[in-house]
Design a binder for this molecule. Structure first.
Ligand SMILES: Nc1nc2c(ncn2[C@@H]2O[C@H](COP(=O)(O)OP(=O)(O)OP(=O)(O)O)[C@@H](O)[C@H]2O)c(=O)[nH]1
Ligand SMILES: [Mg+2]
Length: 1127
């Protein structure tokens, strides 16, 4: 056991080749923190007896109470093997889905990871998720199969059964790796192929598609987990033991006299040993031979457990002596067998050695960073490495060198900000004095004492007590007084007034250069572009200086404090060499959640972190006492900074809203807000559940499954139905749902129709929202005549591919040519709804292509067209049912009649000009146009504007409605809403996928809870070799609150679900449905709202938003009373 000093750590930090930055990843409760405890105890930071019980990395109180990790935190460990010394920067991460964003922050700053799998539960949903994250981040994994003791004690497997079970787990996880690998190879191959097509010089003859060739040629053996590759260890973290087969290969090669290399290849797998011949052969099942792994390894462990559990003292002693171990008397006598097992096994097969040796051998050092990873980190969005400026491309070498020389640029990535109590900072903490300091102080005290004695001797009057106290207290007081040389050690005064009780530390890694205290750095936001900097700032600037002209998304700051992260503790450092994980203080005003820091401005910001979970659970919060609002606002800001994934919003209604990843995350955020950041009492609203609005095809059968149209309509037709479909006068509705509506001044008329998009199309739109955004940006800049952006070839290809996919799914007469006529996507110009322009007067589409000729006519239509698009954007942002965004709707603008507007002649033309005046002025500012008109606009626009206004009041009555562009926006929005009204409207609910693992006996109860909450089981599978079932279900987010708790309670904690947002699903029931036929009337009664889930949801949202709700509270009161009496 080594308790390493800070000096040792500093020394180790300099040897980059022997640094390993690793994180521990797994499904929830598979034993990450327990494993971390074991590794930490090997450094003497915690006692080995407490390892597994303390869960040292879970430093928050709620983590300890709930027993789950909620944040990722780092600790630096020292490991020595042979002559080599290593520095392991270990990051423990949470396994609960709600905190998967914390996993993302961890993997970004690591080079490798330990994937932990519970030997009983095997591969679970989060195991898949974390493995995918590791792949996406390009970091190398090793595998720890943990909780082997459960196979012995709980499942009571024989060694042979355990071996088959372990083999099975390995197969599962390798199958997963295989899928990830194949998809990656295919993707790369596809990219290479497009490169070939782009490059005309490539050989024409090799254009034949062969999907398998890429796979066959690529060597993937090193990717898979296999004990003989040395990247798998078997452990029981709770009992403190673990082994890789190398350990046994070494022992048995000496014992049996078979070469270690041979044993390494055969200890895992179906091989057996012929002891007499000293030969290893393939297992012959018929003869009942056991594999080597069972015979030489598992059986020994099993017999040890057996002896201890049966308290067979004699056998225990025998084993202990044969292994040459020494067990303390206390442990040997202990009545708890677990203590004995731990004492024996942790000596025999120390887990920390097994795991850390594997980490050092198999995981890369910071020097081994691959070119592929560097390029990926540097290319955010749809950027390509080749298209970066040469100065930026040159930085790749710095990443790869990871050098510490003075010339190396300093590049640091901050993956999250975490809050610590200011009192816990090393500079604010009293710390033990070093020997030197004690000597200095003693010397000073002695001098003072001597002076005092002299004074006392002069004054004669001696006070005996003062002498003694002066010796102890005075020097301390003096030193705190702030003598020059003591400044760096004395605690810094915490500025008062500000909320300085919480300090933010950046969780970061140095990728290149040496991070020095006080060094000035550029802080680059995610939208920063080095190109812009290089354009604006003259060459020759290489170090951050305050006089630089302002560049968007960039700031300058100094590295105030540097820390070594030691779990719950921080140690102050003067500098941090490249390749290390570190904490940085003093960045809270510069970095919100994550950022790139660099000493060179040509560095691009790192690609944003890849978050798996979508924040979906929202609540509104307010202070209990309204006067405490400022504290709440401040607290929410701090919370936002301290959590990588929480979002805070202030809605138009003035509500302060928290958006979190799930219930557990929400609870943690609220606790933090109450206890740390705002320190006030707050009231929390019911969760705000998001919905989407859509339309569907008219149903073929009614609610009693009768074909529609065949039934007699009942005489009593419900009032509400009528009300809902009521369309005001002046709006024309065609039988096929086309709405024709005029602007208030009657000069323009629009005809709009709404159609439901096929499900696949909505999905494609959702998946490609980023691409859609760039298409829209590009097209609008093109239309406005600013052709500043150049679409990269690859992006262009992606756009055509996307368009092709849409065409593939939008077939049939109804959709003919529709894809070409797409004008916009909405809401926010990237949503899953489409606006199609079928108007013959003006053709415009969103697809990049040659700009249509800019005749005067088209310019007019184009400018007014912007209003139409805005109207569409507004309509899709909030639908008519409950003002929630729309999804999967296609609006077709069939006609667009401006003839009356044209007839109005001069004044209205001017009117129109005027409406776009603002825009033109803006444009003229941006681009100096040579036209005389724009000249005039620039020079005298205010006067002209006044003149027009005066004219307007006199000439035209229609002008009292305001500019036509504004009217068009409102009219288009109305038209879209009515077009929806005449179609069958539906609500869409957000759905979670839910994975539950449960034993057979509680399965019924799980199903009961699921069906009560409108859940739907998709799949049920039995886990091989266990009595566990894995249930995959979907569940509406609206019904999920308290679901996890209910499941846990109903199954006495045997099953716990993992909920992840998956998709939007149409709620089949019509929220406006009322009985119209006799059968329906008989079946559902007049009110018929008891079972209408959609209506319930809709009304709840409307109530929350303060919209009117048509709901009769008590109807037929006397009838209800009779009913209950009859019961
Ligand atoms: N039987 C057995 N139990 C273990 C072992 N390792 C951990 N556990 C138990 O498993 C539970 C979860 O352990 P943790 O270490 O907190 O798991 P974790 O992976 O850190 O969990 P999260 O951080 O919440 O994802 C605890 O009750 C541990 O005591 C093991 O080797 N054997
Ligand atoms: Mg944990």
């Amino acid at each position: 056991m080594v308790l390493s000093s800070l000096d040792k750590m500093i020394q180790l930090q300099r040897n980059t080749a022997n640094i390993r930055n690793i994180c521990v990843l797994a499904h929830v409760d598979h034993g990450k923190t327990t494993l971390a405890d074991c590794l930490i105890s090997s450094n003497g930071i915690i006692s080995s007896r407490l390892a597994g019980k303390l869960r040292y990395m879970d430093s928050r109180e709620d983590e300890q109470v709930r027993g789950i990790t909620m944040k990722s935190s780092a600790i630096s460990l020292h490991y020595r093997t042979g002559n080599e010394e290593y520095l392991i920067n270990l990051i423990d991460s949470p396994g609960h889905v709600d905190f998967s964003s914390e996993v993302s922050t961890a993997v970004r700053i690591c080079d490798g990871c330990i994937i932990v799998v519970d030997a009983v539960e095997g591969v679970c949903p989060q195991t898949q998720a974390v493995l995918r994250q590791a792949w996406l981040e390009n970091i190398r994994p090793v595998l720890v199969i943990n909780k082997l003791d459960r196979l012995i004690v709980e499942l009571k497997f024989t060694p042979q059964e355990a071996y088959s079970h372990l083999k099975n787990i390995l197969e599962q996880i390798n199958a997963l790796t295989g899928t990830l690998f194949t998809s990656k190879v295919l993707e790369e191959r596809a990219e290479r192929d497009t490169d070939c097509q782009v490059n005309p010089s490539s050989e024409q003859g090799e254009q034949v598609y062969d999907w398998s060739s890429g796979l066959e040629n690529t060597d993937d053996s090193h990717l898979y987990f296999s004990p003989d590759q040395g990247n798998v260890v078997f452990t029981s973290a709770i009992d403190g033991w673990g082994f890789g087969i190398e350990h046994f290969a070494k022992i048995y090669s000496q014992k049996i006299g078979i070469k270690k290399e041979v044993l390494l290849k055969t200890l895992w797998g179906d091989y057996y040993i012929n002891m007499k011949a000293k030969k290893i052969m393939k297992v012959d099942q018929a003869k009942g031979k056991k594999p080597l792994f069972v015979q030489l390894i598992l059986e020994n462990i099993w017999s040890l457990y057996d002896a201890v559990l049966k308290k067979d003292k004699e056998k225990i002693d025998k084993i202990v002596t044969s292994l040459g171990l020494k067990i303390g008397a206390r442990e040997a006598r202990h009545s708890d067998p677990k203590v004995q097992i731990n004492a024996i096994c942790s000596q025999w097969l120390p887990i920390s050695h097994a795991v850390l040796a594997m980490v050092c051998q198999k995981l890369p050092s910071p020097l081994d960073i691959t070119a592929e990873r560097v390029e990926r980190l540097m290319c955010a969005g749809s950027q390509m490495f080749d298209s970066l400026p040469p100065e930026t491309q040159a930085l790749k070498a710095a990443f790869m060198n990871c050098g510490s020389e003075d010339t190396a640029p300093v590049i640091i990535f901050v993956s999250k900000m975490f809050a610590v109590d200011a009192k816990a900072l090393p500079q604010n903490k009293p710390r033990p004095l070093t020997q030197e300091e004690i000597a200095q102080r003693r010397e000073r005290a002695r001098q003072r004492h001597a002076e005092k004695l002299m004074v006392a001797a002069v004054q004669v009057a001696v006070e005996p007590t003062q002498d003694g106290s002066a010796l102890e207290t005075k020097p301390k007081v003096e030193s705190r007084g702030g003598e020059q040389q003591a400044e760096s050690m004395a605690p810094k005064a915490v500025p008062e007034g500000e909320n300085k009780e919480e300090c933010f530390i950046a969780f970061a890694r140095v990728f290149s250069g040496v991070a020095q205290r006080g060094k000035k750095m550029f802080v680059l936001g995610p939208k920063y572009s080095p190109v812009e900097f290089l354009n604006r700032v003259p060459l020759g600037f290489s170090t951050p200086a305050d006089e630089l002209p302002p560049v968007p998304h960039m700031a300058c700051c100094a590295l105030e404090n540097l820390y070594l992260l030691m779990g719950r503790e921080l140690e102050e450092l003067e500098e941090v060499p490249p390749g290390n994980v570190l904490g940085i203080g003093g960045l809270q005003d510069f970095v919100l959640k994550s950022a790139t820091l660099c000493s060179s401005p040509s560095c691009p910001p790192f690609i944003p972190l890849n978050f798996e979970a979508t924040p979906i659970v929202r609540v509104a919060v307010e202070p209990k006492h309204p006067s405490e609002m400022p504290q709440l606002v401040k607290g929410m800001k701090l919370l936002n900074q301290a959590d990588p994934c929480v979002q805070i919003l202030i809605q138009e209604t003035g509500e302060h809203v928290l958006v979190t990843a799930g219930e557990v995350h929400l609870q943690r955020c609220l606790d933090d807000l109450k206890e740390r950041f705002a320190k006030i009492q707050i009231s929390v609203s019911e969760p705000i559940i998001p919905f989407r609005e859509t339309i569907t095809k008219p149903p073929k059968v009614d609610m009693v499954n009768e074909e529609i149209g065949k039934q007699q309509k009942v005489a009593v037709i419900h009032q509400t139905k009528e009300d809902q479909s009521k369309i005001p006068e002046g709006i024309q509705v065609d039988p096929d749902g086309q709405i024709t509506i005029s602007t208030p001044n009657k000069l323009a008329t629009l005809s709009v129709r709404a159609m439901p998009l096929p499900e696949e199309v909505t999905q494609i739109l959702e998946e490609n929202s980023d691409l859609i955004r760039s298409i829209e940006q590009f097209t609008s800049s093109l239309n406005e005549g600013r052709n500043t952006q150049v679409i990269h070839q690859k992006t262009q290809e992606k756009i055509w591919e996307f368009k092709g996919k849409l065409e593939q799914h939008l077939t049939g007469r109804k959709w003919r040519n529709i894809v070409d006529q797409i004008w916009s996507f909405g809401p926010r110009k990237c949503g899953p709804n489409i606006l199609v322009n079928k108007s013959e007067d003006f053709q415009n589409s969103v697809w990049p292509g040659p700009v249509s000729k800019a005749s005067k006519e088209t310019t007019k239509y184009r400018d007014l067209g912007n209003s139409i698009v805005s109207g569409f954007q507004l309509a899709t942002l909030s639908g008519p049912m409950c003002e929630e965004p729309l999804m999967g709707v296609c609006f077709v603008l069939e006609k667009w009649d401006l003839s009356k507007f044209d007839d109005q002649g001069g004044s209205d033309k001017q009117n129109q000009e005027q409406s776009i005046l603002g825009k033109e002025v803006q444009k003229a500012g941006e681009k100096h146009s040579s036209g005389a008109e724009s000249q005039e606009l620039q020079d005298g626009c205010p006067e002209r504007f006044e003149k027009h206004t005066a004219q307007k009041g006199e000439t035209s009555l229609s002008d009292c409605y305001g500019p036509l562009s504004g009217q068009l926006i409102a009219t288009m929005k109305e038209a879209c809403r009515y077009a929806l009204h005449v179609k069958p409207q539906r609500l869409m609910a957000a759905m979670y996928t839910c994975d539950i693992m449960a034993t057979g006996d509680v399965l019924g109860r799980v199903y009961a809870v699921l069906s009560k909450r409108e859940g739907r089981v998709l799949q049920e599978e039995m886990k091989e070799g266990t009595d566990m079932f894995i249930i995959k279900a979907v569940l509406p987010v609206a019904e999920s609150f308290g679901f996890a708790d209910e499941i846990r309670k109903r199954t006495s904690g045997l099953a716990s679900p993992q909920l992840v947002f998956s998709h939007w699903e149409i709620i089949p029931s019509d929220p406006f449905w009322v009985p119209t036929t006799e059968e329906e009337y008989l079946h559902f009664g007049e009110k018929a709202d008891s079972e209408n889930q959609a209506r319930k949801y809709m009304n709840a949202v409307r109530k929350r938003k303060g919209l009117c709700v048509e709901e009769k509270i008590v109807e037929h009161a006397e009838k209800q009373r009779t009913l209950s009496k009859n019961k």
